[in-house]
Design a binder for this molecule. Structure first.
Ligand code: CTP
Ligand code: MG
Length: 171
């Protein structure tokens, strides 16, 4: 599979529509404590991982955890959709401040896969336009990722590429 070699001290930003498999990928390749997720943060501040009104506070918490982990020179994985440049700007700025290397891993199995997976999830009862809009935003921003400050960009474009990817760490 595709080999992804990340420095031990990096900020890894997962980028992908809802249902693209970000949380599954994070669980498979990283320790639970290394992953900071917008859903988990929403749950922590508002008791409900789907409470959209809690989004600003959830991201404030997410960024605080990101800063504290990077301050301790610990690897951190950001599990949120991160599909728009403005979703990513603050993350890259924080990583830069702590001299961590920014890595983008784009999970892009296709719109149908995302939509079909979400159809089977109780907690993702939104219309098809949500995934479509997320995919459109993702595509528009793909070419700009390096310019945004990501030193590695890995674009996985099928279920097979995502499932067979191998992540290793380099000192
Ligand atoms: N899934 C799957 N096979 C994979 C990856 C994911 O069947 N190879 C399923 C998961 O079990 C889950 C759904 O697809 O039910 C969505 O995967 P998830 O990792 O939760 O996607 P996310 O990108 O994290 O979605 P969200 O942004 O909504 O959190
Ligand atoms: Mg998820």
């Amino acid at each position: 599979g595709r080999k992804i070699a990340v420095p031990e001290f990096s900020m890894i930003v997962l980028i992908g529509a809802s249902g693209s498999g970000k949380s599954t990928f994070a669980r498979r390749h990283f320790r639970q404590t290394e992953v900071v997720s917008s859903d988990t943060c929403r749950g922590l501040v508002a008791d409900d991982e789907n409470d959209q009104a809690a989004t600003p506070d959830a991201f404030a918490l997410l960024q605080t955890i990101l800063e504290l982990r990077l301050k301790g020179r610990r690897l951190v994985v950001v599990d949120a959709t991160n599909v728009r440049p403005e979703d990513r700007r603050k993350l890259v700025e924080i990583a830069r401040r702590f001299h961590a290397l920014s890595v983008a891993i784009v999970l892009d199995p296709g719109e149908d896969v995302c939509r079909n997976r979400n159809a089977g999830r109780q907690d993702r009862a939104f219309g098809p336009h949500v995934v479509r809009n997320q995919m459109a935003a993702l595509r528009r921003g793909l070419r700009g990722l390096a310019r945004e400050g990501f030193r590695q960009v890995h674009h996985l474009t099928s279920v097979d590429e995502i499932d067979s990817a191998e992540v290793s760490r380099q000192r």
